[in-house]
Design a protein around this ligand. Structure first.
Ligand code: SF4
Length: 63
């Protein structure tokens, strides 16, 4: 499964706070960095939860 963060992400930092195994807030570039753009195993559930929890639906998942 692939993860994508859309350009309209407001960089609230919630995804990094809740799911640091997948997301990193890179302060110098003021952007959210994916630690992996392709997830498998236990990280699939983490990615689904992150997509659900993002208040503006900026995290998209694709099979
Ligand atoms: S939770 Fe959503 S809006 Fe907030 S930083 Fe993460 S992707 Fe961006």
């Amino acid at each position: 499964m692939k993860i994508e963060i859309k350009d309209f992400c407001i960089r609230c930092g919630l995804c990094e706070d809740l799911y640091p195994e997948l997301f990193h807030f890179d302060h110098p570039s003021d952007s959210i960095i994916l630690k992996s753009e392709e997830v498998s195993g236990d990280l699939i559930e983490v990615a689904k939860n992150a997509a659900r929890d993002c208040a503006i639906a900026a995290i998209h998942l694709k099979n």
